[in-house]
Ligand binder design. Structure first.
Ligand SMILES: Cc1cc2nc3c(=O)[nH]c(=O)nc-3n(C[C@H](O)[C@H](O)[C@H](O)COP(=O)(O)OP(=O)(O)OC[C@H]3O[C@@H](n4cnc5c(N)ncnc54)[C@H](O)[C@@H]3O)c2cc1C
Length: 388
């Protein structure tokens, strides 16, 4: 067993980190408080080969591994938390599920602009009545000529206010087996995008309305029976969320460490107070152990998609460690950390969201328990179990 990165991985991390320090450190706080997607950063990253790291070269990607993609998100988000979102969007988000299951014609139509940092794909999974119980989704596709008519509503989609393409989970028929997905472009007739709303982390989202939207067969990503495949692809997105939570927690931790080493109260440096030293020790242990779980999930998934159990454990550990570190760091930074001039408050708001998004910590724990007991625990009320 070897816990070190390979020479190539270390070199890759160091290169991205040097670039981030030179180009992204300045302005990190301003970027964090900006609502709009940082398109300028996306185009820079595209030129550097940081978009599509895990996507095959034949599809326009870099053809690297999941570990490198995790290292890229860490090297960037540890320096500029907001810029980590760009690495997520073009490596781990719905783009990864898309690249895994799209046919060559679909890739040709949609992938190039995303990997060039000019377009975003938004994932439409959650509905007003189907959150954690995602298989309760009602958005449906009914056959019409050589395509389908789609009706339904989606909420909370990341990048839904700016995306050009939407990867929409829907049902072709009843039950889990009836679920699949389609691609819907922003300007499609019958597709309406509601007024933007803002999460406490600063991200905006819009409710999506599908009113008899015609979707040609060429825009079907996965037909009925595709749900398991989609969730397998979604595990990559979860690892991206995990990596960002950890990196953003580390960013806050580093701010707090530097502050505690320099700031004096009662005639002593803050780091000399044992009450604060223990906070640093707890943060360091949580961040380091979560990183080991994250890397294990990435290494095990290097040649395909990561396992559900590894992913659930990594995401839980990273979400909790990142939030814990960000929260304690704000405390250590005092009023300064709670002010918008500091990225610490942003880290706290960001890490909080990932405890809900992409599988809440409770749902992850349910999944982990299933792995432990090697059996499924239905969350459904007994009378529903026969039908869902
Ligand atoms: C920052 C952010 C980004 C998001 N991005 C997207 C996106 O891009 N696309 C998209 O489709 N959705 C997105 N979502 C939505 C997200 O997936 C849902 O918010 C999440 O699945 C929870 O659903 P819900 O909000 O309806 O809460 P509910 O499902 O109503 O759950 C409420 C609470 O009950 C708990 N709970 C529910 N069931 C159980 C159970 N069986 N056991 C224990 N506890 C339970 C939950 O953990 C939660 O704490 C995003 C959300 C956030 C916050």
């Amino acid at each position: 067993m070897d816990f070190r990165l390979t020479d190539e991985q270390q070199m890759f991390y160091d290169t991205v980190r040097r670039f981030a320090l030179a180009e992204l450190a300045e302005g990190a706080a301003a970027r964090a408080n900006l609502d709009a997607y940082p398109w300028d950063i996306a185009e820079k990253f595209a030129k550097m080969g940081l978009l599509g790291i895990t996507i095959p070269e034949a599809d326009g990607g870099i053809g690297g591994g999941l570990v490198n993609a995790i290292l890229a998100i860490q090297a960037v988000a540890e320096v500029c938390p907001r810029s980590g979102d760009v690495i997520q969007a073009a490596n781990f988000g719905p783009v990864r599920t898309f690249a895994e299951f799209a046919n060559s014609e679909q890739k040709e139509r949609f992938l190039g602009r995303v990997l060039a940092g000019k377009s975003l794909i938004s994932l439409g999974m959650t509905e007003p009545e189907a959150g954690s119980a995602v298989t309760d989704l009602k958005t449906n596709a009914t056959p019409d000529g050589d395509g389908f008519r789609v009706n339904g509503t989606k909420v909370f989609g990341t990048h839904s206010t700016e995306a050009e393409v939407f990867l929409i989970y829907l049902r072709y028929g009843p039950g889990v087996g009836g679920i699949g997905s389609v691609l819907i472009e922003r300007d499609t007739p019958g597709f309406a995008i509601g007024k933007p709303s803002t999460f406490m982390n600063g991200e905006t989202w819009s409710q999506l309305y599908f009113d008899n939207v015609y979707v040609p067969r060429e825009n079907v990503l996965l037909g009925a029976g595709g749900f398991k495949k989609q969730i397998a692809g979604f595990n990559v997105e979860r690892l991206g969320n995990s990596a960002r939570a950890l990196a953003v927690g580390r960013h806050a931790f580093n701010l707090a460490r530097d502050h505690a080493a320099q700031r004096h109260q009662f005639g002593r440096a803050l780091c000399e107070f044992q009450g604060l030293q223990w906070k640093f020790a707890e943060m360091a242990v949580k961040l380091e152990s979560a990183n080991l779980m994250l890397m294990r999930a990435a290494v095990n998934g290097e040649d395909g998609l990561p396992s559900a159990q590894d992913t659930a454990m990594a995401k839980l550990a990273c979400n909790e460690a990142g939030f814990f570190a960000a929260n304690e760091s704000v405390q250590i930074l005092g009023g300064l950390g709670f002010s918008e001039e500091s990225t610490a408050q942003y880290c706290l708001r960001r890490t909080r969201g990932w405890m809900i998004a992409g599988g809440s910590i409770e749902i992850l724990k349910n999944r982990i328990a299933e792995g432990i007991f090697e059996r499924r625990f239905s969350q459904r009320a007994p009378q529903q179990m026969a039908t869902k």
